[in-house]
Structure formats: C-alpha cells, structure tokens
Design a binder for this molecule. Structure first.
Ligand code: NDP
Length: 498
C-alpha cells in the first residue's frame, strides 16, 4: 500500500482551518509504522477560541427550523457518500483497518446515522407533547438544544464515532467541539470541511486536536453544556466526574468484555462464523467484541475443529486489496498491550493456546515494521483468568465450556461490564429467555456486531451511560421545557383575601 503524507492538521473553527499553537505530534500508519501527518495540538487559548466560535454560532443554528437544518445535513450525507472511497482510504491509512472494511462500514454507517437523524427531525422528531389538564388549562413541552457540546472520540472507528456524535448533536440545534483520538486524527478536518461545504454555518462544528489533556480541558470548560465520550472505562470515569463537577450532561460509551453464548442446539458452522466476527473483525478492536465464547462441553471438539478450519479465512495483506480482511493493531503502544495479554494468557493464566500466539506473523512485503499480530484463540479458559476478565481490545478469543445454560448465564453476567451479549441457538423461544437474563445493553440473536442507525446502543453497568442512535439517541442532546398555560382568568392564590 502506498503511504501518503497528508498536509498538517491544526484546529478548525469559524468554518475554516486555523493555526494551532500547541506542540506537534505525528500520526503513524500502523501497517508500516511510517508517518502520515504532522498534527498540531490545540493550546488552552486555541480550545477557548473553538468553544467561543461554537457559542457564537449557537443562537442562529438553534433558531434555524429543524427542517432547514435537516436539508443542510442531508447535503453532507450526499458528500460523504460521494467521497466514500477517498475518506475510507484515509481511514485505512490512519487506523490500519482494511479498505474492504472502511469502504463498506466506517463512512457508510456514519452517513447512515446522519441521514437517520436529519430525517427524524424533519419528520417532527423534536416535537414535544401537549396535555389538556382542564378545559381551560394545558401543559406543553418542548425539546430544547443544550448549547455547546463536546465530542471525544476513541481511535477504533474514527469517522463513524465523529458522525454518531455530531449527527444527533447538530440536528437538535446544538453546536459541537470535537476532539478525535490523537492516534487517529485525520478524519476530523475532512468531516469539518464536508459540513462547511454542505452549508453548516461557521462555528457549528469545530475540531481541536491533541491528547488526553485537551479532552480534560474541554470536559471542564465552563462554556460547555454536554460531553459525549467514547473510550475506556477508566478514562470515562475521569471524564464523567469532571463533567459532573460542572453539572454537565454526559453520554458515556465505554469498554466491554462481552459474552457470546452458544447453546447446545446451535448450528456449529453458524456459531463459529458468529464467534469469528465477534473477535477478529477490525482486528478485534471493537468495543462490543464477544471475547468470552461459552460453548457446551459436548460441542468443544466440533467447535474448535471448525474454528481452526476457518481461521485460514483470515487474510492479512495489502490493506487496499479488497480480498484483505485483517489489518495490524492501531499503534505500537496498543500492540505492546495486546502482546502482553497474549503472553500473560500463556505464561501466567496457563490457558491452552489453540492457535496464534505472540510470535511475529509472517512478514508482508513492505509492511515488515507494522504492528501486526496473529489472530489468537485460547481454550480451556476459566473465569478467574486475567485474559477472561479484562478487555484486551485485540484479536484474542477465549473459549470457556459450560455444563448447563443457567450456569452459563450466571457466569456470563459475572463481570462489572455490560456492553454487549449474544446467543446462538435454533430455538427462538429459548433465545429470548436467555437474552432477557443477560446483563447488557446491546444484544444479538444468531448474529453479531451489526449496529444500524435505527438501533439505540449503549452499555449497562460500568460500560456506559445513555445510548447513541435510534429515536432514544436524540433525547441525549435535548433538554425538556414544560409550560403550563391557564386561560381561566383566575390566578390560583392563597393570598387573595384577609
Ligand atoms: P481512551 O479512553 O484511551 O481515549 C478515548 C478518548 O479520550 C481519546 O480521544 C483520548 O485522547 C481522550 N482522553 C484521554 N484522557 C482523557 C481525559 N482525562 N479527559 C478527556 N479525554 C481524555 O480510549 P481508546 O482511544 O483507547 O479507545 C478504546 C476504548 O474505547 C476501548 O475500551 C473500547 O471498548 C472503547 N470504545 C467504546 C465504544 C462504545 O460505543 N461503547 C466504541 C468504541 C470504543 P487521546 O487518544 O488523544 O489520548
């Protein structure tokens, strides 16, 4: 894959790129470890300028009729779709995810969500309720925007996360300051330019680059009304407590250690397909990964045999080749972390290594220095192992066996996290009974991973607060105003006479 070198990234506000005055870091192509772009960090005064730009834009944007906002944002959807492949190529270089994924999932699902929310508000999605209290009195409610909102993104689905946050934010009449992960920052300015080209007024969508300290400054900024965060549980706790100190609204989309339950009557072939998608898509760097795969004891042999056959279908290679379906890990730091877990699984947890492991995979020409790992499967795992308890966020599957379904459900729920869960079975009655008992906000039956715009998604327990997408996803970006109107002419008072 040819390695591009992109123009430097600074900061974006008032509808155009501006020079940032903080330090410079380099964005790296993880497949080759070659530099991609110089990124200029926003200083505190740069961040203040971006927030002020969003504040200045708020009044006019929030007063624009929803249908007019919708028209502008649908134009952005059109541009995103026209530029799909070019943006996907940038995402492939920045994240290391194959073009076969970024061109069919990342930009597509981001544009779909923007289209969904633009259509929702155009069709009255921001309407309130009217309640007749008495013949001459009623209550009406309005959904009002919050003000300047902050979006802070993780590195695994950069443009998708940026759109899943900015779409409901902007359609509701808010303005946004968005901070991408410093690991994958290239999409942010592209999206800002697309919004501007579509007719989104200056200041409505702004970008600041930088690391955690930029996110922390934004989170505590007094000009900010809401923080929508996607990232690790530990960072999410810091962000949520800082936002709570300023009484800001929050949405937290955090990590998981999700269980996938294969029930005794499941089709083995389908179960293996589901388990592979739940562990190796995006090289395992998906928040909803189903890394704890529970299978009945009697199915262990056939499941592992089929899995080993299908592991050959994982095809690392030139990331722009549509046949490639597996890329490197996103960064050197993350590579070290994932390898550390694989070594821990072998040396300390003493799980059985079914395939993969910590050795460097066969080098791919031109990408010898990239952060490639082997897709790895551990079996004979037990619930107390570190690799079973902690989020690895890499292509590492853990197989656990169970005797009866109630036991599997109880073990599946024995985690402080509750992002996703899934079941494979031919018995749909049983599927619903099991799903009803699983403690997770996102659940699947006989499939794994699809997250359409219509589906509200969010974690339970320590995996998050609130949801993104679907009708409920809009509620996170508005506040309620209730008005009681009385036309009787009699003001109820206890002070009308002596
Ligand atoms: P991090 O928590 O490390 O970072 C997330 C974002 O927060 C980054 O932009 C980061 O900046 C920023 N940040 C870091 N410290 C602070 C701080 N103190 N205040 C404000 N912002 C801060 O997560 P990762 O980027 O490593 O992403 C992987 C994690 O995200 C996984 O746990 C995964 O499960 C989760 N995730 C959850 C999803 C969901 O919908 N539930 C979806 C996708 C991922 P920088 O990177 O520049 O340091």
């Amino acid at each position: 894959m040819a390695n591009s070198f992109y123009p430097p990234r600074h900061i974006y506000y008032d509808g155009k790129p501006k020079t940032a005055s903080g330090s410079v870091f380099r964005s790296i192509n993880p497949s080759t470890a070659q530099p991609l772009a110089d990124v200029h960090t926003a200083s505190h005064s740069d961040i203040d300028a971006a927030v002020h730009s969003a504040q200045r834009a708020f009044h006019a944007w929030s007063s624009t009729p929803p249908i007019a906002r919708s028209r502008i944002l649908l134009k952005a959807v059109q541009i995103l779709r026209e530029r799909n492949d070019e943006i996907a190529e940038t995402e492939t270089q920045d994240t290391g995810k194959p073009f076969s994924e970024t061109s069919t999932v990342d930009v597509v699902t981001g544009a779909d969500v923007l289209e969904y929310f633009a259509n929702l508000v155009a069709a009255g999605g921001l309407n309130g309720e009217t309640t007749q209290l008495r013949e001459d009195a009623w209550v009406y409610t309005k959904k009002e925007p919050l003000g300047v909102c902050v979006g802070i993104g993780a590195w695994n689905y950069p443009i998708q996360i940026a759109l899943w946050k900015s779409a409901p934010c902007l359609v509701a009449g808010n303005t946004m300051v968005y901070k991408p992960s410093e690991v994958t920052p290239l999409h942010a300015q592209i999206l800002a330019e697309i919004f501007t080209e579509a007719g989104v007024p200056p200041g409505v969508f702004n970008v600041v680059n930088g690391a955690g300290d930029v996110g922390a400054y934004l989170t505590s900024h007094e000009g900010v009304a809401k923080v929508s965060f996607t990232g690790q549980v530990s960072t999410g706790k810091k962000v949520a407590s800082s936002a709570a100190a300023g009484m800001k609204y929050t949405t937290m989309e955090l990590g998981g250690k999700s269980p996938l339950l294969i029930l005794p009557d499941a089709d083995v072939d389908q179960a293996v397909d589901g388990a592979m998608m739940a562990n190796f898509f995006s090289t395992g760097q998906v928040c909803t990964n189903g890394t704890r795969v529970f299978i009945p004891e009697a199915m262990k042999g056939p499941f592992e045999k089929k899995l080993l056959e299908k592991m050959d279908y994982i095809r690392p290679g030139d990331l722009m080749d549509m046949n490639t379906n597996f890329g490197p890990l996103v960064s050197e730091i993350h590579y070290g972390k994932v390898l550390g877990y694989i070594k821990h699984g072998i040396e300390v947890d003493k799980a059985t290594l079914l395939c993969g492991g910590p050795d460097k995979p066969k080098a791919i020409e031109g990408m010898e220095d990239g952060f490639w790992v082997k897709p790895t499967v551990f079996t004979d795992c037990t619930d107390s192992m570190k690799i079973v308890q902690e989020e690895i966020f890499g292509p590492v599957m853990m197989i656990l066996t169970y005797k009866d379904i109630e036991e599997a459900i109880q073990r599946a729920n024995a985690t402080p996290l509750g992002l996703a869960a899934g079941v494979f079975t031919r018995d749909l009655n049983l599927a619903h009974k099991v799903i009803a008992q699983l403690e997770a906000g996102i659940t699947w039956v006989n499939t794994w991973g699809e997250s359409p715009a219509e589906m509200s998604v969010g974690g339970w327990k320590q995996s998050g607060l609130g949801v993104e997408n679907g009708k409920r996803g809009l509620e996170a970006w508005v506040r309620n105003k209730s008005t009681l109107v009385d036309m009787s002419g009699n003001v109820p008072t206890v002070f009308s006479k002596l």
